[in-house]
Design a binder for this molecule. Structure first.
Ligand code: ADP
Ligand code: GLC
Length: 512
């Protein structure tokens, strides 16, 4: 089974969130099951800088916005991702500073439509043209809107392999104007609600949904939620029309990178069977010291809460902000926050940190090292996300013995078992769930957690159960393999939703 992964980020080369983690860990897991996987990314400057040697595989002339690009296809070995890596090198579009989507000053690159159309056109040519690569994928697995046009371009070629499109986050939909549609010379027939037109604009995410042979999303609950107006971001109609080819497959985690027994970022190692209490305590002390606090015995006994994430509404940061004064009113409680994102949230956190020095320990920015240390050194991990397609941080925190407090949506609902008395006694409980996206509900769940924290035997049982969960990739990778098997050999077919259901959604204009 040969699979080509097309995506816009992959850890450790380039990562802004969980997508990067998945594009690193899923290909390896598939490889372990016998698949041959290659990953193709845009040749961002940041990625090229990390390459020691590259082979030029070929040249392509690719249509952009009113101009053609000379695109080089480059091949790197498997040293970086553990599987061979291909790069779409269009210097005018990708050789720049900043992150994959944003200018260093924080706004979207003005030419994102062209950047990811050229990327997708090149990937489709790579996948379908036998002459270019000495390797023909059975399935092209495309991720999120940046690769959404790949299935659409593949559908134009009768020799093309089958395609899978995975939605990691429906709220980023790659929406662009009619003018951009024309400049990019996209097929005129696609300007239709049955294809990629989306309420007067067009959406690259919709292209992936409509034209792929199968759509997956990253948890079973999110697969259901996105078919409703409340979570559908205007796509619930088209997703309901496509439900025959939609499924939810839960993400896994890389259990080597996220392993408290070997994690090179941790000052002290531990596992469910070996010194988890001492290990967590040492990591807590080191974390507090790193954040400028010399923790005495009393400080080590009081609960330390953690939050890591992009500072955007999705993550429920507004709920957290409102809850912070009440959270920190509990004697001794401290909260460690690591994140970056919208300036209104960064500023609000800065103000609160100034009001609660030594209690709200804030780091604005991005740090892999600190993220690992927070997972290990905290007692509780907060994830009040308003919606969460899967979420990886709660899985990391379970593995690190840091019970998560989560809003019961998407992958959070699928992976955390609430510490009710019944679940605790049955040895099933792993964290704390709350059902309404409100500050009161979040505070109530934290209060339950703090109460349980004071009961040693319940608390230790909760930690041991959390750490014993297996969220490695093996089960989910096997599900992807089974899916690829059903698609292998099938050439791309255009699936058109009925006019009646396509795109008809009440909240269509409330895009974030
Ligand atoms: P999302 O993809 O929506 O951001 P996930 O929970 O799936 O959420 O994955 C987030 C990933 O990004 C995790 O690996 C998390 O540790 C990491 N991450 C997010 N923000 C930061 C940050 N400021 N510093 C370090 N890692 C971060
Ligand atoms: C997205 C989602 C997150 C998911 C990640 C990887 O960024 O917001 O819930 O875990 O993708 O699939």
């Amino acid at each position: 089974m040969k699979i080509l992964f097309a995506a816009s980020e992959a850890y450790p080369l380039v990562k802004t969130g969980g997508l990067g983690d998945v594009i690193h860990s899923l290909p390896r897991a598939l490889q372990a099951l016998g698949a041959e996987v290659r990953v193709v990314l845009p040749a961002y400057r940041l990625v090229l800088e990390q390459m020691e040697s590259l082979r030029i595989v070929g040249w392509l002339q690719v249509q952009g916005a009113g101009r053609r690009h000379e695109v080089r296809i480059l091949e790197a070995g498997s040293r970086h991702l553990g599987v061979p890596l291909l790069l779409v090198d269009a210097p005018l579009l990708f050789d720049r500073p900043g992150n994959p989507y944003l200018h260093p000053d924080g706004y979207n690159w003005h030419d994102n439509a062209e950047r990811f159309t050229v990327f997708s056109r090149a990937v489709a040519r790579l996948a379908a043209d036998n002459g270019l690569l000495d390797w023909r994928p059975d399935v092209v697995h495309c991720h999120d809107w940046q690769a959404g046009l790949v299935p659409a371009f593949l559908s134009l070629d009768s020799r093309a392999p089958a395609s899978v499109f995975t939605i990691h986050n429906l709220s980023y939909a790659g929406i662009f104007s009619h003018q951009e549609f024309e400049q990019l010379a996209l097929p005129k027939a696609w300007w239709s609600p049955d294809a990629i037109e989306f309420f007067g604009n067009f959406s690259m995410l919709k292209a992936g949904i409509v034209f792929s042979d199968h759509v997956t999303t990253v948890s079973p609950t999110y697969a259901e939620e996105i078919q409703t107006p409340a979570f559908g971001y205007g796509f619930d109609g088209v997703l309901r029309a496509m439900r025959h080819k939609l499924s939810g497959i839960l993400n896994g985690i890389d259990t080597e990178i996220w392993n408290p027994a070997t994690d090179p970022y941790l000052p002290s190692h531990y596992s469910a069977r070996h010194r988890y209490l001492a290990g967590k305590r040492d990591n807590k002390k080191a974390l507090l010291a790193q954040l400028g606090l010399d923790a005495d015995e009393a400080a080590l006994k009081t609960p330390l809460l953690g939050f890591i994430g992009r500072l955007v509404e999705q993550k429920g940061i507004d709920l957290l902000l409102e809850a912070i004064p009440a959270l920190l009113a509990h004697p001794g409680v401290r909260l460690v926050v690591l994140g970056s994102g919208e300036s209104r949230f960064e500023n609000a956190l800065r103000e609160l940190a100034a009001i609660h020095p030594g209690q709200l320990l804030l780091t604005l920015g991005y740090s892999e090292e600190l993220a690992h240390r927070i997972e290990a050194g905290c007692d509780l991990f907060l994830m009040p996300s308003r919606f969460e397609p899967c979420g990886l941080n709660q899985l990391y925190s379970l593995r690190y013995g840091t019970p998560p407090v989560v809003h019961a949506v998407g992958g959070l609902a699928d992976t955390v078992v609430d510490a009710t008395r019944e679940n605790l006694e049955a040895g099933r409980a792993t964290g704390f769930l709350f059902r309404q996206p409100t500050t009161d509900a979040l505070l109530e769940a934290v209060q339950r957690a703090l109460k349980l924290y004071r009961n040693d035997s319940d608390w230790h049982r909760l930690i041991r159960t959390a750490m014993a969960q297996d969220f490695g990739w093996s089960r989910s990778a096997a599900r992807y393999m089974a899916l690829y098997e059903t698609l292998r050999g099938k050439s791309a077919t255009i699936h058109t939703p009925s006019v009646e259901t396509a795109g008809a959604s009440p909240n269509c204009h409330e895009q974030p």
